[in-house]
Design a protein around this ligand. Structure first.
Ligand code: FAD
Length: 433
C-alpha cells in the first residue's frame, strides 16, 4: 500500500483498486482552487446482467458488495439504491456500536462487528471516527439488574468486556447524572461495556461505497427495484425503473422496506416496519464521554465529536412507513433526559428526524438463503443494525460465495421461525441500539 507523506491516500475509481496518494500540499491546493476533487464513487451505465444484484444502498448492501469484491473476487456486482446511498436507516441512526447482547449467538456476532470496526478506518483508508468511549445501560429496578448480571456472564463467557457497576461508579463516569435515591426512577446500577461507543455513520457508508467502487462494484443510485423475476423457484433477475437486469443472485438489504422486496419474490417474512425517531441539540463543550442508555425510561444520550447531544428512544408504538417527527417524541425524550441529567434543562434541541426499522419477533436479524434459489435476505435490523454492517457484509459475502451460511450467522436463518429456534434478544436490544 503506497503511503503519502501525510498518510492521506485515495483509491482510483477505475476498478483497479489502486491507491492514489495526496500530499498535504496537494490537499491544500485542491481546497483553495476550483480543481475538481476526484469522485469517491462513480456513475456507470446499467448493465443488463450482473453476477450479484444487491438491493439497498445502506451499510449492509454496500458492505456485502465490498466484501464480495475484496474477500472473494466477485466484482461483477451491482448495488441498486432507489434514492441516494445512506438515505435509509444508515444515514439516520444514532451510530451506537456495542456487543453486550444477551444470547451467545448475538454476542459473538456483534463482537465480530466491533472488531471489524476497530480496523475499519485502516481497511477502508477512510476515517470513520470510531470512538470507543464506553456504553452504560442503567438499571432502575431489580429485574433490570438481574438481566444485566445475566448479560455480563454471557458476555464474559464470549470474551466481551462488560460488568455490572454501582451508582457511585456511574456518577464517576457521568458526573452530570442524578444518581441520588430521590428521583422518580433511582439508578440501582448499570451494565458497563467499555468497548462500546459511537462512529460517524456517513463515513462508514461512504467508506464502503468508495472501497466497493474501487474494486469494480457498480453503485446505481436513483435505481428503484420494482419487481423480482422468479422462474421455477429460482431467481433470474430484477426489474427496475431503468430497465430489467438478469442475475442469478439477488440480495434483499432494504431494512425498513424489506417486506415489500421479499413479497416481490414471493418470500414471506415475519417483519414489521416501525418508525424510530431521534433528536440532536445545539453543540456544547465536551462533557459526556460515555453512551448512556435507560431501557426503563426509553431514552439514550451520547455526545458527538462536534459537541451535539444525540437523543433517542424506542420505536413509535405503531407500524408505519412514515418518517415524520412527532411532538410526543420530543416531549417524552426531553422529560426523560432531564430526569437523568437535570443540568441539561437549558439546552436547545436543533432538529429531530425519523427512520424506518424492520422489527422481527425475537429482535434478531434474518440472514441467509431463502426458499427461492438465489434470493438472499439480510434484514430484520430493527433499531440496532448499523453496528452489524461490517460483520453482516462479511458473512453475507461468504454465504453467497460458498453457497451456505457461515457459522457466525447460522442461528439467524429464516427457518428458525418455523422450527422454533428463536434467538431472543429483546432484553438487550429493545432501546439499547
Ligand atoms: C433514529 C434511528 C436510530 C438508530 N440508532 C442505531 C444505533 O445507534 N445503532 C445501530 O446499530 N443501529 C441503529 N439504528 C438502526 C440502523 O439504522 C439500521 O438497522 C441500519 O442502518 C440498517 O441498514 P441497512 O443497510 O440494512 O438499511 P438502510 O440503511 O435502511 O438501507 C436500505 C436502503 O434500501 C433502499 N431501498 C428500499 N427499497 C428499495 C427499492 N425498491 N429499490 C432500491 N432500493 C431500495 C432504501 O432507499 C435504503 O437506502 C437506528 C435507526 C434509526 C432510524
Amino acid at each position: 500500500m503506497e503511503r503519502s507523506t501525510n498518510g492521506v491516500h485515495l483509491r482510483n475509481g477505475d476498478g483497479s483498486g489502486k491507491l492514489r496518494g495526496y500530499s498535504a500540499w496537494s490537499l491544500l491546493q485542491h481546497g483553495l482552487t476550483s480543481s475538481e476533487w476526484p469522485r469517491t464513487w462513480h456513475d456507470h451505465d446499467l448493465r443488463n446482467s450482473y453476477d450479484v444484484v444487491i438491493i439497498g444502498g445502506g451499510v449492509h448492501g454496500l458492505a456485502t458488495a465490498y466484501y464480495l469484491a475484496t474477500n472473494h473476487g466477485i466484482r461483477n456486482v451491482a448495488v441498486l439504491e432507489q434514492a441516494y446511498i445512506g438515505s435509509g436507516g444508515s444515514g439516520r441512526n444514532t451510530a451506537i456500536l456495542r456487543s453486550n447482547y444477551l444470547t451467545p449467538e448475538g454476542v459473538r456476532f456483534y463482537d465480530r462487528s466491533v472488531k471489524l470496526y476497530e480496523h475499519l478506518a485502516a481497511d477502508l483508508n477512510f476515517n470513520v471516527m470510531f470512538s470507543q468511549r464506553g456504553h452504560l445501560t442503567l438499571a432502575h429496578n431489580d429485574s433490570s439488574l438481574r438481566t444485566m448480571r445475566w448479560r455480563t456472564e454471557v458476555n464474559k463467557l464470549q470474551g466481551v468486556d462488560s460488568d455490572v457497576i454501582g451508582p457511585d461508579k456511574v456518577k464517576e463516569l457521568v458526573p452530570y447524572m442524578d444518581t441520588s435515591p430521590y428521583t422518580r426512577y433511582p439508578i440501582l446500577g448499570a451494565l458497563y461495556h467499555p468497548p462500546g461507543g459511537i462512529v460517524r455513520h456517513d463515513a462508514v457508508v461512504w467508506g464502503y461505497a468508495r472501497g466497493a467502487d474501487a474494486h469494480g462494484v457498480h453503485i446505481h443510485q436513483k435505481t428503484e427495484v420494482t419487481g423480482i423475476d422468479v422462474e421455477r423457484g429460482t431467481v433470474t433477475g430484477v426489474r427496475t425503473n431503468r430497465g430489467p437486469i438478469s442475475a442469478p443472485v439477488v440480495v434483499n438489504a432494504t431494512a425498513g422496506w424489506s417486506t415489500l422486496i421479499s413479497d416481490m419474490a414471493g418470500v414471506e417474512m415475519p417483519v414489521q416496519t416501525f418508525p424510530l425517531q431521534a433528536a440532536v441539540t445545539e453543540p456544547v463543550k465536551p462533557f459526556l464521554d460515555t453512551v448512556v442508555v435507560s431501557g426503563t425510561l426509553h431514552v439514550y444520550v451520547s455526545q458527538t465529536d462536534r459537541g451535539e447531544l444525540v437523543f433517542g428512544a424506542s420505536v413509535d408504538p405503531f407500524a408505519s412507513y412514515s418518517i415524520r417527527g412527532s411532538l410526543e417524541f420530543t416531549e417524552g425524550v426531553a422529560g426523560h433526559v432531564l430526569e437523568l441529567m437535570p443540568p441539561l434543562s437549558k439546552m436547545r434541541l436543533l432538529r429531530q428526524w425519523a427512520g424506518l426499522c424492520d422489527m422481527t419477533p425475537d429482535y434478531s436479524p434474518i440472514m441467509g438463503p431463502t426458499d427461492v434459489e438465489g434470493f438472499y435476505v439480510d434484514v430484520g435490523w430493527g433499531t440496532y443494525g448499523f453496528k452489524a454492517g461490517p460483520v453482516s457484509g462479511e458473512a453475507m459475502a461468504a454465504c453467497i460465495a460458498d453457497g451456505r451460511p457461515p457459522e457466525i450467522i447460522s442461528a439467524f436463518g429464516i427457518d428458525r421461525f418455523t422450527e422454533g429456534r428463536l434467538v431472543g434478544e429483546k432484553g438487550a436490544a429493545a432501546v439499547g441500539h
